[in-house]
Design a protein around this ligand. Structure first.
Ligand code: MN
Ligand code: MN
Length: 281
């Protein structure tokens, strides 16, 4: 009978359309999963388009569960480090030893903690020790020398540390932060005067340390929650003695100014129209 045949055709057609629809949903889910598998510490973007390739030793991507960074083999310091901060990351473990990063490609010089000894500069964490101390693997990751740069004590223990503490105070209030920090320029003034390199020339001393903080209302928000009214903090602090008692707010700048200084595209994953507004503040 004709109606039986038509019913069968409709059923088969429906099944085929259903299968196509399911596989499309499956593809979309897979794509979004791949995006989420990407290091969440890099949510805001990869400022220098760093990749983990032997052909880019001055901009070499190191991606870990605790942070992502661009390492500069020839300077022996990170160009920038990017990380997420919320209360869940915070702990109270004691500080481990600084250690050379043995994960670097074969043949690359591994900066040693001893390269800083007697230099007049602190072993300055870019992502701070106290932002990653809830379990031993987190602590060890931030004490690798690839996260360290020669930092004048008055910068490191003065306004730089004040801003780090302020960030942790924000996350204890329930905020979630995305932070990118790095080094710019050449030559700083440590306890033994001006230096452009330490560690027998293996470690470059930057002229300043800079940081960008994007403040979100609570953990779990994403890129689309970053709007023209999202709070951002940007600072650039000279890598010099003599600033210990200055306030971190004295060194405020704009993200636009930091982009000009570094040549990086900061917050590159944020909607361009939003970048235009919050980077100019
Ligand atoms: Mn420090
Ligand atoms: Mn930008």
């Amino acid at each position: 009978m004709a109606w039986v045949r038509w019913t069968r055709i409709w059923l088969i057609g429906g099944l085929i359309i259903g299968a196509i629809a399911l596989s499309l949903v499956g593809c979309a889910t897979l794509v979004s999963q791949i995006n989420r598998i990407g290091n969440p510490n890099l949510l805001l973007g990869n400022p220098s388009a760093a990749i983990a390739s032997l052909s880019t030793p001055e901009n070499y991507l190191i991606s870990r569960p605790q942070y992502a960074l661009s390492y500069n083999r020839d300077k022996g310091i990170p160009n920038w480090v990017s990380w997420q901060l919320n209360a869940n990351w915070l702990g109270s473990l004691p500080r481990p030893e600084f250690t050379a990063d043995t994960s670097l490609p074969k043949g690359w010089y591994q900066v040693s903690p001893n390269d800083y000894t007697g230099s007049g500069f602190d072993r300055g964490h870019v992502i701070p020790a106290a932002d990653r101390n809830r379990d031993p693997s987190d602590s060890q990751a931030v004490f690798l020398m690839t996260n360290i740069l020669p930092q004048a004590a008055d910068n490191n223990r003065g306004p730089w540390e004040q801003l780090e503490s302020y960030c942790r105070a924000l996350v204890k209030q329930g905020k979630e932060l995305y932070i990118i920090a790095g080094a710019a320029g050449t030559g700083g003034i440590g306890e033994k005067g001006r230096q452009s390199v330490i560690g027998r020339g293996k470690v470059a001393v930057p002229a300043s340390t800079w940081k960008v903080v994007v403040v979100l209302d609570r953990p779990g928000l994403g890129l689309t929650d970053i709007t023209a009214s999202t709070r951002v903090i940007a600072v650039n602090m000279p890598n010099q003695q003599g600033i210990k008692d200055r306030k971190w707010q004295d060194f405020k700048t704009s993200i636009d100014a930091l982009e000009k200084l570094t040549g990086y595209d900061l917050l590159s994953n944020v909607a361009p129209a939003v970048q235009t507004v919050i980077e100019a503040l």
